[in-house]
Design a protein around this ligand. Structure first.
Ligand SMILES: [Zn+2]
Length: 107
């Protein structure tokens, strides 16, 4: 696995997610604008934005943790059992902290 490439991939994704989270947050902070006449629709929009922001924030912290593991050399090992996460899984989800068997136990 090319760690340099993985690292730049993660960093790009981090920038993208940070932007997305900030946009969602500023839209939320603008609050209940006069543009929205239907409060129900607006409330639903808020929920969508909040969950969007929440999932972006969760992924941001996972990516930061993955970048830290690249730095300390433990990237690619499952944080729970210490086994290899596996190249296919790392390619699919580069920021994943766990191997497929540990990850499926939690879900
Ligand atoms: Zn594991």
């Amino acid at each position: 696995m090319d760690l340099k490439q993985t690292k730049s991939l993660l960093e790009e994704r981090l920038v993208m997610l940070t932007t997305r989270a900030e946009e969602a947050e500023s839209t939320l902070r603008e609050g209940h604008s006069a543009d929205f006449e239907e409060y129900a629709t607006e409330a639903e929009g808020d929920e969508v934005l909040e969950s969007l922001e929440g999932s972006a924030v969760a992924e941001i912290s996972q990516i930061n943790a993955a970048l830290a593991r690249i730095e300390d050399g433990s990237y690619g090992e499952c944080v729970t059992c210490g086994e290899e996460v596996g190249e296919k899984r790392m390619e699919a989800v580069p920021h994943t902290p766990q191997c497929i068997s540990c990850a499926s136990k939690h879900s």
